[in-house]
Design a protein around this ligand. Structure first.
Ligand code: ADP
Ligand code: GLC
Length: 492
């Protein structure tokens, strides 16, 4: 099958969250299954710097009738799949992250930038590039939400040819690409696409909304989140639309790149280990305590967290529960950056509990690996979590995750109820209420289990035996692609 994979982030070049990891790992997994996958990504400076070979495959002056659009076909670093790069005067050749200015704040022309990405995907899908035309286009989040709209517009204007099937995956429904109505004039879509059956969304323009309405198939990154987004209380205003398309909405849990996340062969760690011999994990714990100025003690339970510091990650719950974590004899290591109030809160905790609480504000790939390996447990107290990757790394690194029971966290962690521990299937801890008290209570429970001398090795063994790779989920996407391709005959 020929699959085009347009994305706005790609690990390790441009990353704000788990989407970048998925963009790197899922195409690799599909390619390993024998499929012809090509990525499409904006030609950000960090991506251009990683090019190992490149040739132009598309160049015309017709980006929505405006500026030039250039598409190159490139090889990137060690990535085994080819990559189309989209360039257009000034849209992507900028410093900073993919969406924000260096000092923070979204680029004001983000609608145009990601309309361009969606347009390029549709253009390759409709006309092909360099003789290659995909059977299916798999877009991700609002940044590619307009892709099915452009494809529909091309089909209307063009010859009668079968278009590729389309899949849009929601990585986080909270980010919707919602803009002022005046943006419509910049998009180059036919006038009737401005309405409710097109891009109109609560009086403005909704990129994600358009994609959810027009893609053949909609998926999200766990079955529980697929259910949550169809409920009014957790549907971010799009639950009605998603209920209306229920037969086309599904959830496929993420995997991780098991070559990047492998405690037996991880270059960031001071020692390596595997399930049969955890001696190296004890070395990683001692190293982490030293690196982060925590009291050196092999017996104290160390909890780690690596996250964007945003409301939906529930880290304010952890702020409120840390005093009891410390009182219970635990240590905490946190790595993250984000909302200033959360950053300040964790700084204060580190100052209040020296040797017990260690905080690193910033982004640090190596430290994130050392926390996974050196902690005894990884905390993911999210209010909402479409899938979550850090709890999957934790399973693989023998650090039983403690998570809130929501979205993908509910689907990927088996709670340490006595029967599940006895059966050898429990892999971590879950709590329900999004309150500091509920988190504190579960931390106390986990610390008790940590010290009982029996439970922890069972949790670690079950977690490390869990298959967190992409194999099964890549197969599930292939089935979904088949369905999307099948839908085309009867749709648009
Ligand atoms: P989200 O995409 O919502 O942020 P995920 O759990 O899917 O959540 O993915 C987060 C990814 O970003 C993981 O790979 C995690 O290790 C990484 N990450 C988050 N914050 C940091 C940080 N400060 N330093 C290094 N890696 C981080
Ligand atoms: C989003 C979600 C996260 C998910 C990631 C990759 O950023 O917040 O839960 O794991 O996308 O799908």
């Amino acid at each position: 099958m020929k699959i085009l994979f347009p994305v706005s982030e790609l690990y390790p070049y441009v990353k704000t969250g788990g989407l970048a990891d998925v963009a790197e790992a899922l195409p690799k997994a599909l390619s390993a299954l024998g499929h012809d996958v090509r990525l499409l990504i904006p030609a950000y400076p960090a991506v251009k710097a990683a090019i190992t070979s490149v040739r132009a495959v598309f160049d015309d002056g017709n980006l929505f009738g405006g500026g030039p659009a250039r598409i190159w076909l490139a090889a990137l670093g060690g990535l085994p799949v080819p990559v189309y790069l989209l360039d257009s005067d000034g849209l992507f050749e900028r410093p900073g992250g993919p969406y924000q200015r260096p000092g923070g704040g979204d680029w004001p022309d983000n609608p145009r930038r990601f309309a361009a990405l969606s347009w390029a995907a549709a253009r390759i899908g409709w006309d092909g590039a360099d003789g290659w035309r995909p059977d299916v286009i798999h877009g991700h989040d609002w940044q590619t939400g307009l892709m099915p709209a452009y494809l529909a517009a091309f089909r209307r204007a063009g010859p009668d040819r079968r278009r590729p099937g389309t899949v849009l995956t929601i990585h986080n429904l909270a980010y919707q690409g919602q803009f002022a109505p005046s943006v419509f004039g910049d998009l180059g879509l036919p006038a009737d696409f401005a309405g409710l059956n097109g891009v109109e969304y609560y009086g403005g323009i909704g990129f994600l909304k358009a994609g959810l309405l027009l893609a053949d198939r909609v998926s999200t990154v766990s079955p529980t989140y697929a259910d949550e987004i169809r409920r009014p209380e957790t549907g971010f205003g799009l639950d009605g639309l998603l209920r209306g398309r229920s037969g086309r909405v599904s959830g496929i849990v993420n995997g991780v790149d098991t070559t990047v996340w492998n405690p037996a062969d991880d270059p960031f760690l001071p020692a390596r280990y595997e399930a049969a011999d955890l001696a190296g994990k004890a070395v990683c714990k001692a190293h982490l305590q030293a690196e982060m100025d925590l009291a050196p003690d092999p017996h104290v339970p160390v909890f780690g967290a690596v996250a964007r510091l945003t409301y939906h990650k529930g880290l304010d719950l952890l702020l409120g529960a840390t005093a009891s974590l410390v009182a219970g004899g635990g240590q905490l290591v946190l790595l993250g950056s984000g909302e200033p109030a959360l950053e300040a809160g964790f700084h204060d905790l580190a100052a209040a509990y020296p040797g017990r609480v260690a905080v690193r504000i910033g982004y640090d790939e190596g430290l994130s690996h050392r926390i996974q390996a050196g902690a005894d447990s990884i905390l993911v107290p999210s209010r909402s979590e479409p899938c979550g990757l850090t709890q999957l790394y934790a399973l693989r690194y023998g650090s039983p995750p403690l998570v809130r029971r929501t979205g993908g966290l509910a689907d990927t962690v088996v709670n340490a109820e006595p029967w599940a521990v006895a059966e050898g299937v429990a892999t971590g801890f879950q709590f329900d209420d999004a309150t500091p008290g509920a988190l504190a209570g579960t931390l106390a429970w986990a610390m008790e289990r940590y010290r009982d001398g029996v439970t922890w090795p069972l949790l670690q063994a079950a977690g490390m035996a869990t298959d967190v790779g992409w194999g099964a989920s890549a197969q599930a996407y292939l089935t979904l692609y088949d369905r999307a391709i099948g839908d085309v005959a009867g749709f648009v």
